[in-house]
Design a protein around this ligand. Structure first.
Ligand code: FEO
Length: 398
């Protein structure tokens, strides 16, 4: 069969029928999308039945239907597989079910609850599957993998056994809307960079569940991993090796400094610490928080063991953008092991107390605090050199 317009064929009778959202710039009101994103849906045609794996974001229902129509009659879809209930993949399920009157929505037990709650799908139209289920389409067999908390509680993966293609929805994804479909076409290194950003923003809080997801994937030994955002992996080892590192907290011996400065005091302290670390051969990534997209900070958190927050006191608390960056460390459950605070104040302090309170509940060990009234003086620069020694010791022990 010739390749239909706008779709690609991953294997005989297995088609990408998704949507590329080139000009989307924000996800969840939080995550920057410098290259847009895609909602990858896949159509699998067996000799007897046809399944659609995941759907698309609200607003793209017609584009999905048009893509399917290039290959088959959408009314003849038998199964709409819902790997994950988040609306960027599941919202168009209801629309497809309204066209394919006999189709069932296929999902796990928790997915059924979510489909009823979020999309009002009638329970009689939902088929619940688990890891023992085999769904035969005729020459194409779908099986399912429980993948709770990757990244919602109801998540499952779908596996196409004969073609050895894994459809893991968000897991192994990347926010990319570009002309290419495959990671190796775009460049594995460039794709990994975006996949790491994606991992940091979406999967990092669920590293333990991620380890299980990686192990289950390795056991299946897929030939292709086809996530629901961004590039498709034709060499799964490339992304599996990185996910193995990211989920098991394999740190690089490096330091991240995030800072904000109003009149230069905390900047001087941040730069002094950077200089001392670099002199000792320790790589440092330094970010001026107001000039940095939050995703870049999140991405560095994946494999950075030491995070330094440098920020002034503002009205008895820490500068709000530093509070935001600190909260990000906590919210994303970053693997950060050590932290330190560099701060200055004019008349009353408060930054240190607030940072400590923001980090409550984490296992981060605070290696030191350098706090100065007014601009930093020799005493503070000496303290920074002491702090640098402590950081080096900890890194040497990793
Ligand atoms: Fe891409 Fe969790 O939705």
């Amino acid at each position: 069969m010739a390749k239909p317009m706008g779709t690609i064929q991953l294997a005989p009778n297995v088609f990408w029928v998704g949507v590329k959202h080139y000009n989307r710039r924000l996800f969840d009101g939080l995550i920057p999308l410098p290259h847009g994103t895609s909602y990858n849906a896949y159509l699998v045609k067996g000799s007897e039945k046809m399944a659609l794996i995941d759907t698309v974001n609200p607003g793209f229902e017609q584009e999905l239907v048009d893509k399917i129509r290039e290959i088959a009659d959408p009314a003849k879809i038998d199964y709409v597989i819902m790997n994950h209930a988040e609306p960027d993949h599941a919202n168009a399920g209801r629309h497809i079910l309204s066209i394919a009157k006999n189709a069932k929505l296929v999902t796990g037990a928790k997915g059924k609850e979510a489909a009823m709650m979020y999309f009002g799908i009638e329970p009689e139209r939902i088929m619940v599957v688990d890891e023992s289920t085999k769904l035969s389409l005729g020459g194409k067999t779908l099986s399912f993998v429980d993948a709770p908390w990757l990244h919602w509680p109801e998540t499952i993966f779908t596996y196409l056994e004969e073609d050895r293609i894994l459809f893991p929805c968000d897991f192994f994804g990347s926010h990319l809307a570009i002309a290419e479909f495959y990671a190796d076409e775009y460049g594995n290194e460039k794709t990994l960079d975006m996949a790491k950003l994606y991992f940091a923003e979406i999967m990092m809080p669920f590293r333990k569940q991620g380890q299980t997801g990686v192990e289950k994937t390795k056991r299946l030994d897929p030939k292709v991993i086809a996530p629901s955002h961004g590039m498709i992996w034709r060499d799964p080892k490339v992304i599996l090796d990185e996910y193995t590192k990211w989920t098991t907290e394999k740190f690089e011996k490096k330091v991240m400094i995030v800072y904000v400065s109003m009149w230069g005091s905390t900047e001087k302290m941040a730069l002094a610490l950077r200089e001392a670390l670099v002199k000792d051969g320790i790589p440092v990534n330094i970010f001026d928080i107001p000039a940095t997209e939050i995703g870049h900070i999140a991405k560095e958190l994946v494999d950075t063991p030491v995070v330094i927050v440098a920020a002034p006191t503002v009205l008895n608390g820490v500068h709000p953008v530093a509070a935001y960056a600190t909260l990000l460390v906590k919210t994303l459950r970053a693997p950060t092991k050590y932290a330190a605070v560099l701060t200055s104040h004019g008349w009353s302090g408060g930054a240190v107390k607030q940072i400590q309170s923001l980090l409550e509940g984490t296992k981060i060990e605070v290696l030191g605090v350098v706090d100065v009234k007014g601009p930093p003086k020799q005493e503070q620069f000496d303290q920074i050199l002491e702090l640098e020694k402590k950081i080096k010791e900890k890194l040497d022990q990793l």
